[in-house]
Each structure stands twice: as C-alpha cells, then as structure tokens.
Design a protein around this ligand. Structure first.
Ligand code: ATP
Ligand code: MG
Length: 572
C-alpha cells in the first residue's frame, strides 16, 4: 500500500484513473483502436454445477462492461468435458443469468466449434507444432519437471508430421482407448512457465456428449478450446480469474500460431465470502450426500439458493459493485451481502406482522365478538404502496420474547403490571400471568385502554415499547425456516487440509418453526414473495408452500451486522 494515497489525493484524480483496472485497459484499447472500439465479452460457465455468487461477480463484470461500452456479451457453455456436464446444469445457468438481470447477445457452446478446433489442430500438426504422445498421464506429469527443474522431452516428440496426422485421425475415429494417447502442443519443455511445456490439447474420452452425442471420441482441453472459441466469436476482452494468469502465454501462443483474431485475456481476483464455500466440487458433495435439500437449498451460495432464500438479484449486483474489480485476492464479509439485501428489501418489501413463538394474550375488557381493523402502511419507505388492514380482536398472540415475568433493568417490553403499545392498535397492560401445571407461562390476561386507539394516549402518557401482534382468530398458520451459516468457520481457505470440509458444517444451520402466526394479508402469496416481518426481519415465501400452509424462509434479520464490522475495521 502506498502510504501517500490519501483521500484528498484520490478525490483529485480524474475520471479515467478512478476506473477499475479492467475498464482502464478497455479505455486504452478504445483510444489505440486495437479492436476498433468494439467491446465484446463472454461469460463461459462449465455446465457441471449450478452458478454461485462467485459467478455473479464474473457475470456482472462481463455484462456490465459490454453494456457500458455499447458492446455485447455471449453466454458460452464450456462443454468440453462430457463426463461432468448435464442438461440440468445448462438449464439452471440460463435461468440464473436471466434472474440476475442480464441478457446475452448470443448463446453459444464450445462444442459448436469442435469441427473447427479439429481442423486447427491438424494445421498445428502440419506445421510441426503438435504431436501425438503415447506417454501415460503419470509419465507426462513426471516428464513435465517442476518449477526448479526443466522438463524432459517425450520420446514420441520427434514423430514425423505424417505419422502424427495419421495417429490423430485414428484418435478421432475412436481407435484408441481412453488414456492411450493425447495430442500435445510442441512448445518448449524447458520453459519457466509449466503451461508451455507441451500442454495437452486433446484427450480420448469414449463418452456421450449432451450435444454432440457419440460423434467425438476426443475432447479438447480447456486451454485449447477456450481462446479459440473466444477468437471465433470475435470476443475482444476475455476476462477470467487470477489462476489463469499463467495460462495467458499459452492462450496467446495458440492464437498466434493460427494467425486468427486475437482477444485480450484479462485476469481479476475471484470473489470469496466468509462462511461460504464457492467450489462446485464441494457444493456437488453437499447436494449428492444430502447435507442440504438440493442445489437451491436456501443455505446454498448458489444463485438459485439465494433466490429461494429471498435475496434480491439487485442486492447481489450491488454487492459485486461494492466489492469492485481488483487484481488481488481478498475475502468479503458475508454481512456485506446481508447489508445489500436489507437495503433493497427495506425499499421494496411489504410489511406484515408475524409472531414466530406465540404467547397468547387475552384482553379481558375487550368485547367477546368485536373485531376491528387497523390501518397500517404497507411500506413506510414507499408511500405509494398504500395501506393494509390488520384485524384485531380479544385474543391475540405476541412474541414470547416480548414478555418477562421478572424483567431485568433495560427490559422495556411487557411485564406484570406494565403497559406497552400494540403496534397501530392500543395500549395494553398485563394484569395476570397464567401458567400450566409445570409452571410454564401459557397465557397473559391483559386489559386494553380504549382511549389509546391507533396507538397514542390522549392524556399524553408514554410507554417504552411497541410490540407486534396478530389476532388469533384471523392469523394464518405458517412454517418458518430460520437459517444460519452453513460453515462453522469464517475462512474456508484455512480449513485443515487433513480434515474433510464436511466436518466444518454447522449442525444448526436450519431451524424449523412448525407453527408461526401471520397476519392474513399474506394469504395466497406466491413463492419468492418477500415481506418484512415487523421487528423481526425479511422473510420470503418458499416453494414448498401449499394453499393450506405457507412456508417462509428467513432471508435476513433486521440487525445490521455490517455496520458493526465496518466500525470494528475502522477502529483497527
Ligand atoms: P469451480 O472451480 O468451482 O468449478 P469454475 O471457476 O471452474 O468454478 P466455471 O464454470 O469455469 O467455474 O466459471 C465460469 C466463469 O466464472 C469463469 O470465467 C470463472 O473464472 C468465473 N468464476 C468462477 N468462480 C468465481 C469467483 N468466485 N469469483 C469470480 N469469478 C468466478
Ligand atoms: Mg472452470
């Protein structure tokens, strides 16, 4: 860090120096005319799992960039490994990119280019730049050498062009078994960059491909497929994560050998979040071994899980903007995502009253058959949302937490002999506590003051607390699912290598409340409808809901932990 990089100095910087480094590169290309002002990006997921919030960062960057510079973005499936890829994943990725709020110019598949890639491989062989190698995978690894030791050349490296062409054709025709031979680029076995030590271009896989069926028995490796696919599509800026930095010389080498359109590969830091696994390999295990209820379990960091949990797409986009684009890896506090969710939900979520752990309250002086309706704002942050009507009657539920028989100092809510306000309704006073044979509190007998209708006392007397409530006769029963972090450790990268990550799963990541009570406004709400349960948090209707019983997911509580984290950070 430069110590002289003060706030004052950065405020004086002009517009272009405030751009992130990717945008600076793009602006430089636009100035120099390298791509004639064209900005075309791609988002290239491998369909071997569902998209997660790390992918969102790449999506927001790729689509956002192209949009800002009047270009476009392709969605390209990197479907080069038929063993791990499935149509289910393709469908979910399409749905999730759209849900996040982006639309591609063209939908492509790397497999669309298998013929072209094959022809280009033949060209490299013809030019003496590729050869068929019969070393085993282990031998290839051994011959490759290490960072401190140069590699050794394969004994098959000096085969003639004719022999290589014939063998490669036989590879294509399926005449060899899996692993029997590979096609390698002929570059430099003593290169300091291991990626340039004759990388494998094709391997043999006798596997059915979801799109090309059994046509191909050889499949291109990532490095061979990726840059060439970018080139074919006229991609200008091929943005990937930092671990591909060392692959860039290879990316460039292939394209230079072929003399085709040359995109610029740019690497940026991946998104990491505390308490969050962002490795598809691990996420697949959670699903397959049923530690969660599927890819879209609300505890999963997948886009479909976050959606089901109730996190708005806007909050995810905002998080990506806040985190920004950089060259150095870092870990973002999960609370920052929750902060973004709260910001958005506060503006958009209708308010309702819900009681999660009910305590019965009987208003002994309220007429038996009387029902009143109180008006409350649907959303005080959005006056246009209008008003809702909340029924009130003699028997109510309040939250168990809002009553204490023997309250300590600073507990200002309901207690014997004490008066509180019921939100938008009346002042009530606790007169008597009813217990069962075990001594558990089962009911409060209270009185209400009719002169406080609407929530204020004409004599000006004050109460210290306002509680939420529901009318027992009118409330809907609902199941409510409360979630906690899936992991017990904030820093997944620091998990003990000798341990299975499963050992770090939080056994209490899900708590189910079988019977909560919610004001009737929510009746018939569709899955993914989001509410603020007043004083509690944001809750979203789950797809497990039935016409008889709604199921809600807690999206986030109201408590802003992020502000605390920021303060703690500033104090350091
Ligand atoms: P995994 O290693 O878990 O399988 P991946 O990175 O291989 O993930 P891809 O489907 O290849 O997954 O990713 C598609 C794009 O999303 C790539 O360009 C990749 O760099 C990017 N991406 C994946 N994870 C992250 C992340 N955590 N932050 C930013 N970008 C990411
Ligand atoms: Mg990948």
């Amino acid at each position: 860090m430069e110590p002289e990089a003060t706030t004052a100095a950065s405020e004086n910087e002009n517009e272009s120096t405030r751009l992130d480094f990717v945008r600076q590169i793009v602006e430089e290309h636009n100035r120099s005319g390298r791509f004639g002002g064209r900005v075309w990006t791609r988002f290239p997921p491998e369909p071997n799992g569902y998209l997660h919030i790390g992918h969102a960062k790449s999506i927001v960057l790729n689509f956002g960039l192209a949009d800002e510079y009047g270009g476009g973005t392709n969605l390209r499936f990197d479907d080069t490994n038929p063993i791990k890829e499935e149509q289910e994943y393709i469908d979910s990725i399409i749905e999730d990119v759209r849900w996040l709020g982006f639309e591609w110019e063209e939908l492509r598949f790397a497999s669309d280019y298998f013929d072209q890639l094959y022809q280009w491989a033949v060209k490299l062989i013809t030019n003496g730049k590729a050869y068929v190698d019969h070393l085993s995978a282990d031998e290839i690894r051994e011959y490759r050498g290490t960072l401190t030791e140069p590699g050794r050349e394969s004994p098959y490296r000096s085969r003639s062009v004719e022999e290589n062409l014939a063998l490669f054709e036989r590879m294509k025709n399926g005449e060899f078994k899996d692993g029997e031979c590979v096609l390698r680029a002929k570059i430099d076995m003593s290169s300091p960059n291991l990626n340039l030590r004759d990388p494998v271009m094709y391997r043999i896989l006798h596997a059915e491909h979801p799109r090309t069926g059994s046509k191909w028995r050889i499949y291109p490796m990532y490095d061979w497929a990726h840059g060439q696919s970018d080139s074919i599509e006229g991609i200008t800026h091929s943005i990937c994560t930092l671990e591909f930095e060392d692959h860039r010389p290879l990316y460039d080498w292939f394209i230079d050998q072929l003399g085709i359109h040359h995109p610029q590969q740019i690497e940026f830091a991946r998104l990491n979040l505390t308490y969050t696994i962002l490795s598809k390999r691990k996420l697949i295990r959670l699903v397959r071994e049923q530690f969660v209820r599927g890819w879209n379990d609300p505890r999963m960091p997948t886009l479909s899980g976050l959606r089901r949990r109730g996190i708005p797409a806007k909050a995810i986009r905002d998080l990506c903007d806040m985190v920004g684009v950089s060259k150095s890896n870092s870990i973002v506090e999960l609370q920052m995502l929750e902060y973004c969710a709260r910001q958005e939900l506060n503006k958009t979520a209708p308010r309702v009253m819900a009681v999660l752990r009910p305590l019965k309250v009987v208003l002994t002086n309220y007429p038996e058959d009387q029902v009143e309706e109180f008006e409350a704002m649907i959303n005080p942050e959005d006056p246009d949302a209008g008003m809702r009507k909340v029924p009130f009657s003699r028997v109510l539920y309040i939250e168990q937490d809002d009553f204490m028989e023997d309250p300590p100092n600073k507990f200002y809510r309901l207690a014997p002999g004490r008066e509180v306000r019921l939100r938008a309704a009346y002042f009530i006073k606790c007169e008597e506590v009813i217990k069962d044979a075990d001594g558990s509190i089962i009911e409060l007998r209270c009185t209400y003051d009719p002169t406080t209708r609407g929530g204020d006392a004409p004599d000006g007397r004050k109460v210290k607390a306002t509680l939420h409530w529901v009318s027992a006769a009118h409330a809907l029963e609902a199941e409510v699912r409360l979630y906690d972090n899936l992991l017990t450790t904030a820093y997944p990268s620091e998990m003990d290598e000798d341990k299975d990550f499963i050992d770090y799963l939080n056994p209490d990541s899900l708590e189910v409340i079988e019977r909560a009570y919610i004001e009737p406004t929510v009746k018939g709400a569709a899955p993914e409808t989001r509410y603020q349960f007043e004083r509690l948090g944001y809750y979203t209707v789950d797809s497990d809901s039935t016409p008889e019983k709604l199921v809600f997911n807690r999206t986030v509580t109201l408590k802003d932990e992020w502000a605390k984290v920021q303060k703690a950070g500033a104090a350091k």
